[in-house]
Ligand binder design. Structure first.
Ligand code: GPK
Length: 833
């Protein structure tokens, strides 16, 4: 391709080719040019928002230049690429990340100062890109950062929601949801109006014979919606690689049909069609660990899978390779079962459009896909009703039935006469209506299935996917323990700690090789180092105290022990256990003599997180937290000994302030329910200790940092089933201290007790599924240990430093390399070479 362009033409292009700013002066030039021309503003009306935009646009220019180079290099090199399909990308803010990644933050700081702005004020103008719910979406964002940093040729594919996760407002203690319209002033996306795909829905399938007499299928006369690509550049940290996140937006197909309607004066119906089409990418479903089977969600899934696959296949076809080489060029990772239709769609393209034989096509499909499972909670496993699928995607349902037929035939051969096994593993659940089990398609159509922490990966093999291990053998199943990007979660969120570490280790190499942190252990006993370490924590706590004051009006004493639980509100994550523990603490302090009170470690219990709008139990947990806060925080008898804070609208940018500021954080899910957790890693990496159950990645964190450095409590996963059984058949014994807490709530101490009826009865009367009562005693006792150990600050600091030093394993770079080696079989491509 390159050679076909005549030299003079190339020369002209080269001469005028865009270049990156490399100095403060050039940054200022680009900034002012964008303010004056792109934004049509001037010195006289450049406010902080405009300063943010100008800075972002200057950096965007840089990213785009590198993005262009990266894409060209990746295309010419023509090696295998990874495609990460995720319905959620919880990106947070991009500007600070871009500045740190390209290494020009200081230049921008000085340049902005020359022009009359503080860089922090510009950075905080940016609206979070919150196209995700929680851990799963943030994991996808950490993946993008690592894949670019490690120079993997990788694309993310997602949906460009007009509304991301709702904004949470707390009104009279209740959660209210406000739409999050985030696209105004978003400089980070590039609309690609020339990159569009028509996506079909509904219609019917006709069978016909081709000229050779082969039976073929064609899917006809459905409704079509157009997918338009929006590209977001993803810079790697200190690398020339800038990868691409392609988000699809839906709009009405510019077909003749609409035009005719319009011409005939039927404006209303023409507009209605347009709105129906735009609805597909309008809003992110706000559920975490829960599926609700709504048709629009299925439409979103197919729309996004079909557009992405069309794009991937189109790119592959340009290489003129044989189809059999597709898995050598393309790895597609499914972030949970949400993109499972991509498996069916690829099979459809290969057999219906490209004319391959079934078996050859299916080999290609399996070679291409990997599936990551993120939960064992039954309510989160996706199932779609057969009638719904029949109506929306008639050809796909046929293909699903064929996949199932061939699969069940092969199972039947290996396990003759085991009808129960067949019905258990069938893609179709024989219920009314029948349901399509998406996880089964994902397993059958992938060469690797992975869980996200050791316990979780073991659990999927021994519980929900046990039969499939029998069928395929253990090799299809693997574990890749989650991680986090140290660029955002240490360097960006906690610049002071990052700088101190760099000073001790002689540079910032640890940001790209986190195992280097182990050298910190040699400084554990260094008194000066400990002081600096604790000063940084103190400053970070002050920063959080300011945020708390701004958001809630409450003043908290920054010398208190900051106890943090921030994550989606869910019964299995057990914020109720935490708030019951807080009430217990309140009652204990109230009962103390003044002498006893002197020994109490002052504590701030900090909560944050969103409840799915339809999840009543989660909403009443939020209401209880706020009700307890209202009583405790204004109880002068208690003063600073206890404060309860609910931080509204927890999101990525708030997490960046919260994670560096904890003394202790809570990761207290019922054992066996939290697949991994990733905020546990963020808190420890920032020098906070954690209290947690033996669940998810807590177990591996313990293995890495040592059990003397973590506060573990509660029942083990292996005992949970038995305990649940006993709750129903052996009589249920409420923990006496929890009983006292319930009595206090019922007495109206925190307002009308009827608001908390269902919360209490789920434990007292309905079997305490999440084992709150079983773990209560151990939880309380462990918190007493926390208090005790916190009083020995020197020991505490030693634990904090040692833990950070041993966190290298949890870098997302390790995770990405493991996927690359054991699932994708892709190599990095260094653009700088
Ligand atoms: C798992 F199934 C789901 C889901 O719907 N949303 C979600 O955020 C989380 N997750 C798990 O709950 C976490 O334990 C895990 O760390 C995270 O996915 C990333 O793997």
């Amino acid at each position: 391709v390159e050679a076909s362009i005549p030299e003079p033409l190339r020369e002209a292009w080269r001469k005028h080719s865009a270049t990156e700013f490399t100095s403060k002066d050039e940054f200022e030039r680009d900034f002012v040019r964008h303010i004056e021309t792109t934004l049509a503003r001037s010195l006289y009306n450049c406010d902080e928002l405009a300063a943010y935009s100008g800075t972002a646009l200057a950096f965007r220019d840089r990213l785009i230049i590198e993005w262009n180079r990266t894409q060209q290099r990746q295309t010419f090199t023509d090696q295998k690429r990874v495609y990460y399909l995720s319905l959620e990308f919880l990106m947070g803010r991009a500007l600070d990340n871009a500045m740190l990644n390209v290494g020009m933050k200081d230049v921008a700081r000085d340049g902005l100062a020359d022009l009359g702005f503080r860089i922090e004020d510009a950075i905080t103008q940016e609206h979070d890109a919150a196209l995700g719910n929680g851990g799963l979406g943030r994991l996808a964002a950490c993946f993008l950062d690592s894949m670019a940093t490690l120079n993997y040729p990788a694309w993310g594919y997602g949906l460009r929601y007009r509304y991301g996760i709702f904004k949470q407002e707390i009104v009279n203690g209740y959660q209210m949801e406000v739409p999050d319209y985030w696209l105004d002033n978003n400089p980070w996306e590039f609309p690609r109006h020339d990159i569009t795909v028509d996506i079909q829905f509904y219609g019917h399938v006709t069978k016909y014979q081709d000229e050779n007499g082969k039976v073929c299928h064609s899917w006809e006369s459905g409704e079509t919606v157009q997918a338009v690509a929006y590209d977001v550049p993803i810079p790697g940290y200190r690398t020339k690689t800038t990868n691409n996140l392609r988000l699809w937006s839906s709009k009405a197909s510019s077909g003749e049909f609409d035009f005719q309607k319009f011409n005939a004066g039927d404006y209303e119906s023409a507009v209605a069609d347009q709105q129906t089409a735009e609805t597909i990418s309008a809003v992110l479903y706000p559920n975490d660990n829960l599926e609700r089977g709504k048709e629009l969600r299925l439409k979103q899934q197919y729309f996004w899978c079909a557009a992405s696959l069309y794009d991937i296949v189109r790119r592959f076809k340009k290489t003129n390779r044989a189809w059999s080489e597709f898995p050598d060029q393309v790895a597609i990772q499914l972030n949970d079962t949400h993109p499972t239709l991509a498996i069916v769609e690829l099979q459809r393209i290969l057999i219906d459009v490209e004319g391959l034989e079934w078996d050859e096509a299916w080999r290609i499909v399996i070679g291409t896909f990997g599936y990551t499972n993120h939960t064992v909670l039954p309510e989160a496993l996706e199932k779609w009703s057969v009638p719904l699928m029949q109506n929306l995607l008639p050809r796909h349902l046929q293909i699903i039935y064929d996949i199932n037929l061939f699969f069940l035939q092969s199972v039947e051969k290996r396990f003759p006469n085991d009808r129960d096994m067949l019905s258990r593993v069938s893609i179709i659940e024989e219920s009314h209506p029948k349901m399509v089990r998406m996880a089964h398609i994902a397993i059958i159509g992938s060469h690797k299935v992975n869980g996200v922490a050791e316990l979780h990966s073991d659990l999927i093999k021994t519980t929900i996917f046990k039969d499939f291990v029998q069928i395929y053998g253990p090799d299809r199943f693997t574990n890749v323990t989650n991680g986090i990007t140290p660029r955002r979660w240490l360097h960006q969120a906690n610049p002071a700690l990052s700088a101190l570490i760099a000073e001790k280790l002689g540079g910032y190499e640890f940001l790209t090789d986190l195992t280097l942190l182990d050298k910190l252990e040699t400084f554990v006993d260094d008194k000066n180092f400990r002081r600096e370490w604790s000063d940084i924590k103190a400053k970070n706590k002050l920063r959080l105290a300011r945020l708390i004051k701004d958001l809630t009006g409450y003043s908290v004493n920054p010398n208190s022990l900051f106890d943090v639980q921030v994550k989606r509100i869910h019964e299995y994550k057990r914020q109720q256990l935490n708030i019951f523990g807080v009430i217990h603490r309140y009652l204990s302090i109230k009962a103390m003599t003044p002498e006893q009170r002197k020994k109490v470690v002052p504590r701030v219990s900090i909560f944050g997180g969103k409840a799915a709008p339809g999840y009543w139990m989660a909403k009443s947990i939020i209401y209880l937290i706020n009700s307890v806060a209202a009583v405790v925080n204004k109880d002068d008898d208690i003063g600073d000994l206890l404060k309860v804070i609910f931080i509204e609208d927890y999101n990525v940018s708030k997490a960046e302030i919260i994670c560096p500021a904890s003394d202790i954080s809570e990761h207290i899910s019922t054992a066996g329910t939290e697949a991994s957790g990733t905020s546990n890693m963020k808190f420890v990496l920032n020098g906070g200790l954690i209290i947690g159950t033996c669940d998810g990645a807590n177990i591996e964190i313990t293995r890495e940092i040592g059990e003397q450095n973590i506060f573990l409590f509660g029942n083990l996963a292996e005992d949970v089933e038995d305990l649940r059984h006993r709750h129903f058949y052996g009589g249920f014994q409420l923990d006496p201290q929890l009983k006292r807490v319930f009595e206090t709530i019922k007495a109206g101490t925190f307002g009308d007790p009827s608001s908390f009826n269902s919360l209490i009865s789920s434990i007292e009367e309905h079997g305490d599924y999440y084992l709150v009562s079983d773990d209560f005693n151990s939880y309380i006792a462990t918190h007493e240990m926390v208090d005790k150990e916190f009083q020995n600050q020197e020991e505490w600091l030693a634990k904090s430093i040692t833990s950070v030093a041993r966190m290298g394993f949890f870098s997302m770079d390790r995770v990405t390399n493991e996927y690359a080696d054991s699932i994708w079989n892709v190599e990095p491509l260094d653009i700088a070479d």
